[in-house]
Design a protein around this ligand. Sequence first.
Ligand code: GLN
Length: 427
Amino acid sequence: MAELVQQYLDRIRAEHADVTEGELACYIPELACVDPSRLGLSLSLSDGYVYESGDAAIEFTIQSISKPFTYALALDQSGQQAVDAKIGVEPSGEAFNEISVDDTTKTPKNPMINAGAIAAVALVPGATPDERFNRIQDFYSACAGRRLEMDHAVYTSERDTGARNRAIAYMLQSFGVLGGDPDEVLDVYFRQCSLKVTSTDLARMATTLARGGINPCTGRRVMDAAVVQRTLSVMVTCGMYDAAGDWVSAVGLPAKSGVGGGIVAVLPGQLGIGVYSPLLDARGNSVRGVRVCRSLSARLGLHFLTVTRESSSTIRARYDLCEGVRVYELHGDLLFAGAEQVLRTIEIERDDYDVAVLEVSRIDDINDAARSMLAGMRTALTAVDKEGFLVDPDNKVVPTGIRQGRDVIVFDTLDDARAAAKEFRAG
Ligand code: GLN
């Protein structure tokens, strides 16, 4: 069966393998020394299973794909408030290396352009540049599920030619955005950009984001779900620089590119993609990387704004347990809209029963919004002299320990609920 997916990837890669458009990045001299014909593609599913096609084992420098990860680390370590005070979240529509800040706030417009990325480095705690860099290296490695190392030649090449980034860092210092010494912050930035990855590493890092911060291979939580949500948001609006609008329309995945030739793309809840091909377009995005992602998205239906057929129902079954007692069995993932549908159905049918029993043992996942809505069902029913019970043996809706409260009455089995319902009707 796995061959089917493999064939898809191989075919898509083959379709774009002959494209020779684009240029190697040369403003960092060492980046021009790579083989321009390379093309690697990796797809990692949410359980960590990886499909690879072409040059998926070739290492290249992560460059700007480091930006969302350092931003995530800064959010995780310094908190959103501190980060928001120094870096905006608005698309800039400018080139990645624009020497600019927001007109009003005088802070970088977003963390995906160099100005914002350099500011993010300064928000990663560390008493020395080494300490700060080690934290960054550890964090990326935890996302990839293996130790990532630096490419020293690329690092020195960028350090020795990085006049533009120096201009940006000193400008940030003048606006009070950089806490530390600009040269020290820049050194850490150059080091993070020169960490080596393969397209498979990128796919795994993407899947860590797709899984809400849990590395699919190690099972380790690397960052908070709220941090992931913020990071993916800025990847959507700013990840592909001045091509962000094009990208969202055609590919529709939160993503980030780097001048090393890599692209990382995330389908939240489902999968991560890593592509490597070093020939770049005028905006610094990999030419074949973008094309491969377009094809993948179109052929595998990955656009994150695809409107799927409304999931037929979160109510998997509905029946009368005995006279006057109606059971609603729920399943699947329950979010706001699903919970609303359940409550509305119970409300519409309330003349048909005395007791509604919500059986939630088959729910896979539930968020806080849905949880508090379902837990509020009893209050609404008792107000019209009805009763509402929950059958929740695994405490999916109501936290452990709570069995009888003013708002909820919870049972472990349908039989227990039936006995209580009979008593209610008799009494
Ligand atoms: N290290 C590169 C720079 O700062 C990263 C740029 C990129 O990948 N777009 O210029």
